[in-house]
Design a protein around this ligand. Structure first.
Ligand SMILES: [Zn+2]
Length: 410
């Protein structure tokens, strides 16, 4: 089993990868910021540090490169002892070893920092994403449409950029941006179609929403509230938002684009994550059958619910972005169950889900390959799959499936 798992990991290391979800800023933004060891403890590891007792003020100070590095290490070290074996931290350690040649410790923090500063120059995305990870494309949500300045990043936009969240100012701004005179809901459909067409021209391949529950569409009350909104009066924004969101889910599908949905666990602490239970996606999947949905994060912790959603709803694709750094054990268990229940052609194996610390995409991908290899090696061992089928299945999850879902030309 162990030898076979290693062979599969090596086979995957040769494969091209589509990184199916990131928040990476344009490279120019990353290299314009100062970095140090603690950059590797930004983003998700923040939640582990704070869960281990670090205050927000301490974290902010830790992340300020103008402060003394040695003093910050003194603050950091006892927290590092507490979180050094979490999956989030493992990605940071793997990144430090791969790109800066050192594991993280009291003896190495200054050396890693020096090497990071030296490497924080144009070309870092190529070195990390292409040379380090064999990533061809990273589907990226950084709040903007990319300005063509980066070859690796392919954008998704917020679904709310189409609906304006049902807010008057945003709806009016969208109407003005498209030069469409809006007197009612049908006119606003044309606004959204125009925005989608413009985004598609700029390389956008999908729109991102979340699994929060929304109301059913009710045309007559939506028309009434929308008219009141246009007239500048009091209106119920939730009714408008529900209607426009349902329309946007259809229009994105009509344009052949994909709706991505955050499902389950929330990235930072102190949230009621039950509000993002993947079950809230089911009414949307049923109501918008011509739209393909990319359901993120395995719906952690509801991976079994996701299996049934992926099995029973043809327009549901399951995406393991972020999963392997949340828990490798949970990811392995989920993927093994999914392969029993869900067509392998709808499972997407990897998305780094990072922003500033691009190096950790590599750490995450190493962990993803381990998890996928473990699941597939188990199947070969049990005789339900041969080795070639295991390699083929891995390739589908890392490359073919996200390419097909998003129609990527890679
Ligand atoms: Zn994300």
């Amino acid at each position: 089993m162990f030898a076979l798992k290693q062979q599969l990991i090596e086979a995957m290391a040769e494969m091209p990868v589509i990184d199916a979800h990131e928040h990476l800023p344009p490279e120019a933004q990353r290299v314009a910021q100062d970095v140090d060891l603690f950059t590797l403890f930004g983003h998700y590891t923040q939640t582990d540090l704070e869960s281990a007792g670090m205050t927000q003020e301490q974290y902010d100070w830790l992340q300020d490169p103008s402060q003394d590095l040695d003093e910050r290490w003194e603050l950091f070290e006892p927290f590092y002892q507490r979180i050094r074996h979490t999956s989030y931290t493992r990605a940071a350690r793997l990144a430090a070893q791969r790109f800066y040649g050192l594991d993280i410790s009291r003896e190495t923090y200054a050396g890693i920092t020096a090497r990071m500063k030296q490497a924080n120059v144009p070309g870092i995305y190529r070195r990390v994403l292409a040379d380090g990870c064999n990533i061809r494309v990273a589907l990226t949500q950084n709040g903007a449409v990319q300005d063509d300045s980066h070859e690796f990043l392919t954008p998704l936009r917020p679904l709310a950029s189409l609906t304006g969240g049902g807010g008057r100012d945003a709806v009016v701004a969208n109407a003005q941006a498209t030069d469409i005179f809006v007197t009612g809901l049908d006119d606003y459909d044309r606004v959204m179609q125009s925005l989608i067409a413009r985004d598609a021209d700029r390389g956008v391949v999908g729109y991102k929403t979340t699994s929060v529950a929304i109301g059913d569409p009710d045309r007559s009350s939506a028309a009434r509230e929308f008219a009141a909104m246009l007239q500048g009066g009091e209106y119920d924004g939730a009714i408008v938002a529900d209607w426009l969101t349902h329309r946007a889910l259809d229009l994105v599908g009509d344009a052949g684009m994909t709706v991505a949905a955050h499902c389950g666990i929330i990235w930072d602490n102190w949230n009621n994550f039950y509000a993002l239970h993947p079950r809230h996606m089911v009414p949307k999947l049923l109501a918008h059958r011509n739209t393909q949905f990319d359901l993120y994060h395995a719906g952690i912790p509801w991976t079994g619910d996701m299996a049934v959603i992926g099995k029973e709803l043809p327009n549901a694709w399951l995406n393991m972005c972020w999963c392997h750094i949340i828990s490798q054990r949970m990811s392995v268990a989920a993927l093994d169950e999914w392969l029993d229940m869900v067509p392998a052609g709808k499972i997407i194996g990897f998305g780094g889900d990072y922003s500033k610390p691009v190096e950790k995409v590599y750490g995450h991908l190493v962990m993803a390959r381990e998890d996928i290899a473990e699941v597939l090696a188990g199947r070969v061992e049990r005789g339900t799959m041969d080795r070639d089928e295991a390699v083929e299945t891995a390739r589908m999850m890392l490359f073919d499936n996200p390419r097909d879902l998003y129609g990527l030309e890679v």
